[in-house]
Design a protein. Structure first.
Length: 175
């Protein structure tokens, strides 16, 4: 089994610089995300989101707030995401579940025993996402304008696209 792992903020929804998406009304999907997921769905056994959410650890939001945000995300993307994994821990906690550590991927593999991480793809917008993917043995796809990651650490990035939709168009064309 293969899966598409997606970071959330900056890949699926607008990144709130210096802030967190704490309530559903703050979630703004990036253009083309729902279309991209529809295009990618037939090519992956599973679509997962793996997201660090230390806003919970900071006390800025609750697990219930995050669940409401994710419920809206699911609705706006046509319920094409199979599971959303998140880590609420602060960066300083050094949690094994917080990216770039691979705990969320290992949890997905436990829940889906046939999942082969080396057959999966990680799509993200940061160095942390690319490290997570590499540590899992996944193909890594950098999304967005953070080209300094591709320039300074080219061995972490297999390919780089402006948007998830651009990646989806290329991926579907390749298969």
């Amino acid at each position: 089994m293969n899966a598409l792992f997606l970071d959330r903020d900056g890949v699926l929804n607008v990144l709130r610089q210096g802030d967190y998406v704490k309530h559903p009304d703050e979630l703004e999907l990036l253009p083309g995300v729902a279309e991209a997921l529809r295009m990618l769905r037939p090519h992956y056994d599973h679509i997962f989101v793996a997201t660090n959410q230390q806003g919970i650890g900071k006390g800025l939001m609750t697990e219930d707030d995050l669940a409401a945000v994710h419920s809206k995300l699911q609705a706006e993307t046509g319920h094409l995401i199979d599971r959303i994994y998140h880590c609420p821990d602060l960066e300083a906690a050094r949690s094994p579940y917080r990216k770039p550590n691979i705990g969320m991927a290992l949890r997905a593999r436990r829940e889906h025993p046939g999942l082969r991480l080396k057959s999966c793809t990680m799509v993200g917008d940061s160095m942390t996402d690319m490290l997570f993917g590499r540590r899992c043995g996944m193909r890594t796809v950098l999304i967005g304008s953070n080209s300094d990651v591709a320039t300074t650490r080219p061995r972490l990035v297999d390919c780089h696209y402006p948007t998830l939709l651009d990646f989806a168009r290329q991926a579907v064309g390749e298969r």
